[in-house]
Design a protein around this ligand. Sequence first.
Ligand code: NDP
Length: 338
Amino acid sequence: MRDIIIIGSGPAGFTAAIYAARAELKPLLIASSVEIGGELMNTTEVENFPGFPEGIMGPDLMAKLQAQAERFGTEVVYDDVVELELDGPVKRVKLGNGETHEAAALIYATGSAYRKLGLPEEEVLSGHGLSWCATCDGFFFRQKTIAVVGGGDSAMEEATFLTRFADKVYVIHRRDTLKASKIMQQRAFDNEKIEFIWNAEIAAIHGTTAVTGVTLRDTVTGDERGLDLDGLFVAIGNDPRTHLVHGKLELTPEGTIAVEGRTSKTSLPGVFAAGDVTDPHYRQAVTAAGSGTVAALDAEQYLAALPKAPEAEVAAAATSVAEAEAVEAVEAEFAVVN
Ligand code: NDP
């Protein structure tokens, strides 16, 4: 059995791993089979992560975090968790490949998943002109007319990025003011290829084999009109990935995992949570990294307070006897020399 297992490979998971590995807890980090690296893998330039004055590409930042975690002994497994057993002193993590890993403590840092519009066409047209990732799919929209839905930082970032490829980018937002930070708003307002459509929501997505347009509904008057498009990017936020712990861990009314005050302690002893899965508000790479640190320190303290297994005590005693003998030998040699 291990000391600690970390689930999640975003800034929270890898930062927790860096701390746990440096505390010599030899963490096992489950990174998932597909979405390795978390949300930053879908981001272009990260300009607000401290320590990178020129900015850094999201995937490069994640590669650096992983390398730092591995440098100190983190073991990374690329598989999906299918089942968790969290009550009791031994935490069991079952993977898609059938393996089960056990640990005394567990850090849950699974982040959040793209929010969907909730339209029936989404399933059919996903990957056929409908996308949640501008950095992944923007390239396919050279000289096209596309739209981004949303009014937050993600929507501004995606719209601005997509102007590298597309001739025209509409931003469709359900209100008449944006939620995005002022700097990101201004960047989008200043971009000649971007046009804002205010007070509008998507009532339907058109197209059978590929997106051809949308029906816009005015959120004030209820009027509907069509808009021809070659592609649609959805950037309306994320929902915490908690499906594996439903009924096992207490959740907040916002749907994130409930933690005790500023700690990472969940409703079960030995289970800690960090990053976007606990955070309905700030959700920044740097706050996720900070909460990963908190989780590793909480877990370390929890492990240190656990009663030692008898064989571990014997091993520890043997080590201290051996160490004492070695020290005595060195001291004796030192005395002879002097
Ligand atoms: P946000 O929750 O900040 O914004 C979501 C936006 O989508 C809001 O404008 C919201 O509208 C709109 N929206 C939500 N649901 C729907 C719906 N069903 N239909 C239509 N519109 C909808 O999410 P983001 O992903 O933009 O950002 C998440 C976090 O990540 C934030 O903290 C943000 O600052 C951060 N971030 C930072 C970046 C950076 O600094 N480089 C880049 C990207 C994200 P309404 O405004 O009406 O609520």
